[in-house]
Design a protein around this ligand. Structure first.
Ligand SMILES: [Fe+2]
Ligand SMILES: [Fe+2]
Length: 314
């Protein structure tokens, strides 16, 4: 057995040791109030004068948007993984077993996320919904990604690191809704294994990647990850508190606090990509530099002046 297979075997044992079924093990519910403190709302740092009620609504709509994005993202990951199982040359390979564990864990995450979304009963509608060109692009993009394992694993890392950072900040804050914090802790604990698996797989899938796929990972992946981050909170959320959807969303994504969050949450993805030998220090492509706020060596830029207290401490 190769070294990677042995490490995957250890992850398989870890997944078996504690199977958490959220409908049994996490029976709670969200409270009625503001779910996340002001400093963790996407609008923190914008100097908006929001009432208590607006902040309550915004926090609930943001949480619902993030969990909805999470359910869909995990579904795309499952499409990619299911494809790998369907066409695996050897079904007894420990990697195949792990993919099955991971899909099992993700579907349990999706069920508890859906439970939270239904408790919140969000009212925001996404302005991109029903746009034919967006739908086509989305389906084409996710189809392509699920057929290209190197791109898939880079996006798996991004789709897990970004929520992981957001959930870390929320779950460690005393003013986060207690049940939300509990769900975040449960999710992060299982995602830690998924992140290890994706990091382990990256060198193997990179070795097998075509020239086109390699170019996509170097040039296009950071743009896709940027959108993944920006649409965690979809623009329609802001309209629910009387703000303009798109202009507020653009301001949010330009402000220092949010840009700093994007940088710190995507840097671990870049580190994994460098460690896998995909990118080299000294030659980090511009799009990756922009996404992560680093120079061509991968060295982090200084913390932005408008970044909040929690991000300065990172
Ligand atoms: Fe998950
Ligand atoms: Fe995961």
């Amino acid at each position: 057995m190769t070294a990677t297979a042995e490490r995957v075997e250890r992850l398989n044992r870890a997944s078996l040791k504690r199977v958490i079924e959220p409908d049994v093990d996490l029976p709670g519910a969200l409270g009625d109030g503001q779910l996340m403190p002001d400093e963790l709302l996407s609008t923190a740092g914008l100097d908006l004068d929001l009432t208590v009620d607006q902040r309550r609504t915004l926090s609930r709509e943001e949480v619902a948007s993030m969990f909805s994005a999470g359910i869909r993202f995990e579904a795309i990951l499952e499409m990619g993984f299911a494809r790998q199982v369907a066409y695996a040359p050897d079904l007894t390979d420990p990697r195949v077993t792990y993919l099955l564990h991971e899909m099992g864990e993700e579907t349990r995450h999706q069920r508890v996320f859906a439970r939270l979304v239904s408790q919140i009963d969000p009212q925001a509608s996404n302005p991109l919904d029903g746009k034919v060109w967006v739908d086509r692009l989305d389906r084409f993009g996710s189809g392509w990604i699920t057929r290209h394992p190197a791109m898939l694993y880079v996006l798996v890392l991004a789709g897990e690191e970004i929520p992981d950072r957001m959930q870390k900040l929320a779950s460690e804050h005393p003013d986060t809704d207690p049940f939300l914090a509990e769900v975040n802790r449960y999710h992060r604990q299982e995602e830690a294994r998924h992140l290890s698996f994706a990091r382990m797989m990256l060198p193997e899938v990179w070795a097998a990647a075509s020239r086109v796929e390699r170019t996509v990972v170097r040039r296009i992946a950071p743009l896709v990850i940027h959108d993944l981050f920006r649409f965690m909170v979809q623009p329609g959320v802001y309209a629910e508190v009387g703000l303009d959807a798109w202009s507020t969303w653009k301001r949010v994504n330009r402000c220092d606090n949010r840009v700093q969050l994007r940088r710190v949450s995507t840097r671990p993805v870049l580190d994994a990509v460098i460690n896998a030998g995909i990118l080299q220090r000294g030659a980090i492509p511009q799009a990756w530099q922009n996404l992560c706020g680093v120079d061509e060596h991968g060295t982090a830029d200084e913390v932005l002046p408008g970044a909040g207290r929690l991000l300065r401490a990172e």
